[in-house]
Design a binder for this molecule. Sequence first.
Ligand code: GLY
Ligand code: MN
Ligand code: MN
Length: 460
Amino acid sequence: MKRIPIAVALLALAAPFASAQIDDLTVRVPHETLDKRAPVGDEAMGAAGPRGLITQEVYRERRLRLLNHMRDNGFSAAVIFNETRNSPSGGPDRSGLDFYYLTGIEHEPGAALLLDPDADQYLEALFLPMLDVEDHVWHGERSALGRELELSTGFARVRRLGSLPGALASAILTGESNKAVFLGPVVGYSSPVPNQLQVLRDATSRIPGASVGLDREILPAMRQAKDKHEVELTRRAIANTMAGLGEGMKLVEPGMTEFELRTIIEMAFHEAGSRRLAFGSIVGSGPNSCVLHYRGEHDHRVMNDGELVLCDVGAEVENYAADITRTFPISGTFTPRQREVYNVVLRAADEAIAAIRPGVTFAELNDIARGVIEEAGYTDDMKHGLGHFLGLYVHDAGNYHLPLTPGTIITIEPGLYLSDENIGIRIEDDVLVTEDGYEVLTRGLPRTADEIEAFMAGGE
Ligand code: GLY
Ligand code: MN
Ligand code: MN
């Protein structure tokens, strides 16, 4: 692990930013002076940077597309932070994943990306948190600034966060418009001001004539249109989730608790290769099938013959999420009434899915599904929206008011919740919008009442 003295690091900071050409990563000379202290932990821990299916080149191409967009729209600087927030419903909300989408870098909370399309050639620089001299004892080694870090991150310019304000000021000053751009979502006034907006405001307030513009559409649009690697990672997450639901359907029996069933499903995700869940699993039986976000901390209930269990679960692969719901009978056989309600939800899902193609809107799909449900005599019983974007994080970024475009992955998840009858049914599938229609990515998992009964009876 390379460590460099502070004097060398300061010299590096003082060096003017050169261009961030795609192919200039190898021109920098590695620092010669190394700290000889024995490293703590696996050396790879120190190397921030993409390690999975999506390569540095893909991340860099995304940044270049964003830089082009900024240049074309007269914006001179943007900063994107690696921010994670807590979601209001508990669990981690990884929706602040723009930084990850543009860099492939995880585990550097607080890090920042600076983009400057007006530099001689496009400039992109990465700013990492300061190293604490004792941190390696607790968290293992991290790389010092230098070529090793540049190669592992794919950035020709890696600095510490302390130099971000100066670099941001020069990025704004080099622009013709002196206009920085806020790329995040606009949040209500009861939420804290996002870091990204705060630093832009601080920087522009010191430069007469400078201002902050807003573009909250570009990153959701980029993230919504999945490339082939993103689709592949989502397929893997879906395959692992289907394996878990298959195990659950095979092994469930009266007398088992919801917790036991959830554990069977989640263990199968991990056995299939997923390191993490995409969100907290929902496994609710009987009356609990009607609780939309029923959570694991309550799931002591013993499941009985004659009841349904609703399993809304998702495994994750390299930060790409699956999100699938199946509702099945504990005994393996639906009652006639359960089957009747199930078939209404299934028809709503089928008709909405059949309408998916480029150009259709979420609102149109929603109307189709709700139309089926209302026609069957249910009005207030589908209490949630029809679906959402899926990808990096379970409720992925995207523009809900625009027509769908090829490469978008969405969920279709109608439901009916009849709490008087202890019948809660949701059927959720993940669907890719293709050039001329759609592909159901969750196909192959038992879905109709007959398929579920046959599968639970030991058939396929
Ligand atoms: N699992 C949460 C959702 O379906 O949106
Ligand atoms: Mn779900
Ligand atoms: Mn969902």
